[in-house]
Design a protein around this ligand. Structure first.
Ligand code: PGA
Length: 254
């Protein structure tokens, strides 16, 4: 049994006061929802105040990026050591980081190692571009991304993977649950090839890309899909709550 997980990726949105307000608007209700792990990934500057707001709550914190070195002359970067006491998760390899900040599979691999070295759990994002999807390359792309990201990484069932087709992110055009499920099976067997079947069965694999309160039910009804990485819909308190509630209700039956 894998514990379902819904994570909100706020991206570069919310000032500190806005972030506090957003958490305050959902916290009581989020705390009432069991059976699904709830993770918020705000911008770095809001991490400390939100951590304080979350004291004693079941809601966990993640960040959206991180460098892999412990410390040193890396102007502008944040290290895993700085994050140990602040968050449990780190989103790594998001397509926006690959696309706008030229993150390579080799760098992502270093970051995955850096996170595990300090007990921070990576939410490793993989996914194909539209042209790759149309050329029937999805399987090849995600297999390569997973293999390179996990190269030399000690097996860990803690890892979380998010399958996020690039063409579905922020476009309002989500994949179908069937498409997501098929690719997630490929990802799970790739992990099994690298880390063995037993660990691969315990790794949680989420879907991400235009998830809303209107389509979450479709995704979480599929036993292969362990939850979602939610972007824009996670910035609306009511909608994010609805997504988490539906996931909890449906996963209790799946
Ligand atoms: P979206 O973003 O839900 O706004 O499509 C998802 C993501 O980038 O993680």
């Amino acid at each position: 049994m894998r514990l379902p997980l819904i994570a909100g990726n706020w991206k570069m949105n919310t000032t500190v006061p806005e972030a506090i307000k957003l958490v305050a608007a959902m916290l009581t209700e989020l705390n009432r929802i069991d059976g699904v792990e709830k993770v918020l990934c705000p911008p770095f500057v809001s991490l400390v105040p939100i951590k304080e707001l979350l004291q004693g709550s079941s809601v966990k914190l993640g960040v959206q990026n991180m460098y892999f070195e412990d410390k040193g002359a890396f102007t502008g970067e944040i290290s895993p050591v700085m994050l140990i006491d602040l968050c449990q998760y780190v989103i790594l390899g998001h397509s926006e980081r690959r696309q706008y900040f030229n993150e390579t599979d080799a760098l992502i691999n270093q970051k995955v190692k850096g996170a595990f070295r300090f007990g921070i759990v990576p939410i490793l994002c993989v996914g194909e571009h539209l042209e790759e999807n149309e050329a029937d390359m999805t399987k090849v792309v995600v297999t390569r991304q997973i293999k390179l990201a996990l190269q030399g990484v000690n097996p860990s069932a803690q890892l979380v993977v998010a399958y996020e087709p690039v063409w579905a992110i922020g476009t309002g055009k989500a994949a179908t649950a069937e498409q997501a499920s098929t690719t997630i099976s490929v990802i799970r067997s790739t992990i099994a090839g690298v880390w063995g079947k037993e660990i691969a069965q315990r790794v949680r694999i989420l879907y991400g890309g235009s998830v809303t309160q209107g389509n979450i039910a479709e995704f979480v009804t599929d036993a292969e899909i362990d939850g979602a990485l939610v972007g824009s819909a996670s910035l609306k308190a009511e909608e994010f709550l609805s997504i988490v509630k539906q996931a909890a209700l449906i996963k209790a039956r799946v």
